[in-house]
Design a protein around this ligand. Structure first.
Ligand code: MG
Length: 436
């Protein structure tokens, strides 16, 4: 996919002083969920003790008597540390479902914040495609629901990268979300002139013949001078609450002459670019079956545009599985580890916990192929993915829930620490003492 505005690799100002090329954020392919996902109904492992006995490496090299006289016990304590790994969480279907915390999520948060056999406080971030509120508000909600303090500095949602577009566009159409929430988010991102579908309906009610604004919506919406309104870009910040009305208005803008609402393009392809904060076709809620999301709106809009104009719509999606989103996350994690944990080196391994193979697992696996460290994908069974089905994108580990998943990660790190410790000790052995 190419950039619609042609400023592909330009460096831009970043939230949290993070570095990401725009081209990274705009690249990548869309996600298509299998139809069966729309139709499908949406044990603690034994922990390795903190005083675990090291593998008796000596026995493989020396007799018992010789080993006692030489290098036993191992000189390096084989303990996992929090310097070497980090965690990244999807939220819906992993920690939350239908606005409620998944029961195991609270225990998982306690576990990674020190309530584990090693007393580790492990650095972690959240990387969700969801949105519709400011990062600050989302963190306050999550902190309350998960009973742990979460800061905006460890949080990326679908529309977070959109703040970088505020300097590029003056007048923008912002779509989706509850009430005025997304207008407020866009204002906080620095967008100057924000128009919502409500503003357009208030100004000209026959824009959407079957959609009437509520009194509250009418009061919050603003009257426009359509002869002077020039929309430079369309941003779908969060899920639409009114597909029919929003699609009609988006289509009007896409088919306008350069975003001038009262001018229709004869070729139907002179409209402004359209950006989606993510491309998840389905997502996990409290319903038994997965619900359609923003990716479904995108697919629907592309089909509509094709049917009406006869042309293909080039739209742009942020969020997982785009590689740029994971690069963004890498920099966020680095900054968070440094500021909150005093760790200045990058982690060797980042465990990513998600419930959607098409975004979480695909994104993690594809990013792992180019990342300097190991991004390890873990799929949980509490969301979009259903036990017994074959995920379209294969994770490196599947766990029942997020508590099991974080314990798996810590246990794996401990096992790796043991192996590395053993190897280090072997390298210290005097070769002359080794029996051939
Ligand atoms: Mg999810």
């Amino acid at each position: 996919m190419t950039t619609a505005d042609g400023f592909g690799t330009q460096k831009i100002e970043r939230p949290y002083s993070l570095g990401t090329d725009r081209a990274d954020l705009y690249s990548g392919t869309g996600v298509v969920a299998p139809l069966k996902d729309l139709l499908a109904p949406s044990g603690d492992g034994d922990l390795i003790s903190s005083n675990v006995t090291s593998p008796n490496i000596e026995e493989t090299i020396f007799s018992e008597e010789e080993s006692l006289q030489t290098i036993s016990p191992l000189s390096t304590p084989p303990m996992v540390t929090c310097d070497d790994f980090a965690l990244a969480f999807d939220i819906d279907g992993v920690l939350m479902r239908g606005g409620q915390a998944i029961p195991e999520a609270v225990d998982a948060m306690k576990y990674i914040n020190g309530a584990n056999p090693y007393g580790l406080k492990i650095p972690y971030i959240f990387l969700t495609n969801g949105g519709g509120k400011t990062e600050q508000e989302r963190c306050e909600d999550l902190s309350r629901q998960l009973d742990v303090e979460i800061c905006p500095g460890q949080f990326i949602c679908g529309h977070t990268p959109m703040r970088e577009m505020a300097a590029k566009y003056n007048t923008v159409l912002v779509v989706g979300g509850e009430g005025e929430q997304c207008r407020i988010v866009a204002q906080k991102y620095g967008f100057k002139d924000i128009i919502t579908p409500g503003d357009i309906i208030k100004t000209r009610q026959d824009t959407t013949p079957f959609r009437k604004l509520t009194d509250e919506e009418y009061k919050n919406s603003k009257m426009l001078d359509l002869s002077k309104t020039h929309i430079e870009a369309i941003f779908v910040f969060a899920d639409s609450r009114d597909w029919a009305g929003d699609q009609q208005i988006i289509l009007d803008v896409l088919m306008s002459q350069g975003g001038h609402l009262n001018l229709r393009s004869e070729t139907h392809d002179e409209g402004p670019p359209i950006y989606f904060s993510h491309n998840d076709v389905v997502w996990s809620t409290s319903h038994d079956y997965s619900r359609i999301g923003m990716g479904a709106l995108r697919a629907s809009l592309e089909a509509l545009y094709k049917a009406v104009s006869g042309k293909d719509l080039n739209s742009i999606a942020f969020g997982k599985p785009q590689v740029g989103t994971f690069q963004f996350a890498t920099r966020l994690l680095q900054k968070w580890r440094s500021e909150s944990h005093g760790i200045d080196k990058p982690p060797s391994t980042v465990y990513f916990f998600g419930d959607t193979p098409e975004s979480d697992i695909r994104g993690t696996n594809e990013y792992n192929e180019i990342a300097e460290n190991d991004w390890f994908s873990v799929l949980v069974k509490t969301g979009v993915y259903k036990d017994g089905t074959t995920p379209r994108f294969e994770p490196r580990q599947i766990c029942d829930n997020i508590f099991d998943a974080v314990k798996f990660a810590v246990e794996r790190q401990q096992e790796n620490a043991l192996k590395n410790s053993a190897v280090e000790d072997l390298t210290k052995v005097d070769p002359s003492q080794v029996r051939n």
